[in-house]
Every structure is written in structure tokens, then in C-alpha cells.
Ligand binder design. Structure first.
Ligand SMILES: Nc1ncnc2c1ncn2[C@@H]1O[C@H](COP(=O)(O)OP(=O)(O)OP(=O)(O)O)[C@@H](O)[C@H]1O
Ligand SMILES: [Mg+2]
Length: 261
């Protein structure tokens, strides 16, 4: 991997489509694969990264970092089972406004800390102050239904305007005939989705247990989809000219690595 950090914003216009779930599992997998990963929560109103990982009791969190009340290291918690670094939100902190300067200073700290991947879990909708020039890529999460999909286009337009590269992930796919088919989704969005996660009971179980789904059952179809996505990011960052298209062999290698270390 190159020595520069890759910053990913996990986002959606519509709430509750699986942003935190995907952010937590992608971060955990990349960390297990040996990359230095930071996952942080920007959802100051309804923070949930801490709940997913059993790290909700933090006194110093993302609000303190972004408002420069403390250093990044002081708010970073190591998630021992995966090794990833996490900055959850403080549950009771007042939500102040942030601006581009706050994010630029935060980015300087991230770069100094030497992370390979930094993944932001975000609230539904967009947050202008951190859009331009901060992230390398925004992931747009959606479910395969019309209300969620039409909101994808709004968010994609915002990202285009901010000159931010974006990709699409479909979550909670049940393969029912009332769902919008993948080829129609590709047509609406303008390119193929980068990932597709199935509906899986493993997800609510893993949230209740505060353990990332991929660590609870690596053979579940949700975990396999998460593995495919994480390997895609590894490939994408190692081969920037590939635009994320990877040979099938890499997927197989990733699976072996996950199963046998
Ligand atoms: N693939 C899945 N299969 C089954 N349940 C899922 C799946 N993905 C997410 N869920 C469920 O959907 C709910 C919302 O997920 P999550 O909190 O990740 O969404 P979100 O987009 O972060 O929500 P918010 O907009 O409130 O931040 C959770 O209760 C989770 O269990
Ligand atoms: Mg969330």
C-alpha cells in the first residue's frame, strides 16, 4: 500500500440504511488484514459506532477532537478484537457547528498518525464543511427500494458538485421481486454498485453482542460481502489506475486470509 492515507466517508441521504453497520465491518476487516485503520463517528446527534462496538461510555470523543479540546490520540480507543482504532462520539456533548478549518486540522492529525484507511461514519444527509478536499471517496449506502434510491441521486449530485468521487453500495438485499433489480439501480446511478450486502440476521445479532458481524461469523453471506468490499479497497488503493476493478483471484486470496490468518 502507498504511504498515504485513504479517507472514506460512509453516507446516505436516507437514515437507517446500514451506514454504521458497513462502516464498522469494513473497518474491522481492513484492520484484521493488517492495515492501520481509524474509524470515527461524525453523527453527533445520534452516535452509534460506540454501541456497535461496546465503546459507548467515552468521556472524550470525536466532539473533543474536532473542536480541538483534546488531541486525537487522547480520544482514540483500540478495539482489541480487531485492532482497529476508534473515535466514538461523546453521548452528552453539545453539538456545535464545525467548519472546514476544523476538518483540515483533524486531517493533519490523521496524516501524522500514519493510518492506511480512515473511515467516517456519518449522519444521514450531507455536511458541507467537510466535503471539499477532505475525503478520497464517499460511499453512498442505499437499500433496493425507490424512496432510498431517489435520495441517492440527490447525494450523488452534491458529491459531484464538491468534486468528490463516490461509489454506491446496496444493503439489505433480499432478492425479492419487489426490489429494484441491480441493472435498474446501475442505470439510475449511472454505474455499477461497488458492493451488495444481503439481509442477514447476523447483523442485529452482532449489534446486540457489540461484536462486528464479520468477527462473529465469517461464513455468513453478509461477512463474505464485507470481505469482498474490503479486498476491493485494498486493491483500489494499491492499484489506483484500476478504478476499483479487480481480478477474481484477489477475492479468493482475501477469503483464505480471513479464514486461516
Ligand atoms: N444487511 C443487514 N441485514 C439485516 N439488518 C440490517 C442490515 N444492515 C443494517 N441492518 C439493521 O438496520 C438497522 C440500521 O442499521 P445502521 O444503524 O447501520 O443504519 P444507519 O444508516 O447507520 O442508521 P442512521 O441513519 O440512524 O445512522 C440496524 O438495526 C441493523 O440491525
Ligand atoms: Mg448510523
Amino acid at each position: 500500500m502507498s504511504d498515504s492515507v485513504y479517507l472514506i466517508r460512509i453516507s446516505s441521504q436516507k437514515g437507517g440504511v446500514g451506514k454504521t453497520t458497513v462502516a464498522v465491518n469494513l473497518s474491522a476487516l481492513l484492520s484484521i488484514m493488517g492495515y492501520k485503520v481509524l474509524l470515527y463517528d461524525t453523527d453527533f446527534s445520534n452516535p452509534s459506532v460506540g454501541f456497535h462496538l461496546g465503546l459507548e461510555d467515552v468521556n472524550i470523543g470525536m466532539q473533543s477532537v474536532i473542536y480541538r479540546r483534546t488531541k486525537l490520540q487522547n480520544a482514540t480507543v483500540v478495539h482489541e478484537p480487531s485492532g482497529m482504532h476508534v473515535v466514538p462520539c461523546e453521548l452528552n456533548a453539545k453539538s456545535l457547528l464545525t467548519n472546514a478549518e476544523h476538518y483540515q486540522l483533524f486531517k493533519n492529525d490523521i496524516i501524522k498518525a500514519g493510518y492506511d484507511f480512515v473511515i467516517a461514519d456519518t449522519p444521514p444527509g450531507q455536511f458541507d464543511s467537510e466535503l471539499t478536499g477532505f475525503y478520497d471517496e464517499a460511499v453512498i449506502l442505499t437499500t433496493p427500494d425507490l424512496p432510498a434510491l431517489q435520495s441517492v441521486l440527490k447525494l450523488a449530485a452534491r458529491y459531484d458538485k464538491a468534486n468528490l468521487k463516490h461509489s454506491l453500495i446496496i444493503n439489505r438485499v433480499k432478492h425479492k421481486n419487489y426490489e429494484i433489480p441491480m441493472r435498474d439501480i446501475s442505470g439510475i446511478y449511472g454505474k455499477k454498485p461497488d458492493g451488495m450486502f444481503p439481509e442477514s440476521e447476523l447483523v442485529p445479532i452482532s449489534i446486540a453482542k457489540h461484536i462486528p458481524a464479520v468477527m462473529l461469523n465469517s461464513k455468513d453471506p453478509f461477512s463474505k460481502a464485507a470481505n469482498t468490499l474490503s479486498e476491493k479497497y485494498v486493491y483500489k488503493t494499491e492499484n489506483p489506475a484500476s478504478e476499483g476493478r479487480m481480478p477474481k483471484r484477489s477475492l479468493f486470496r482475501a477469503l483464505l486470509k480471513l479464514l486461516f490468518g
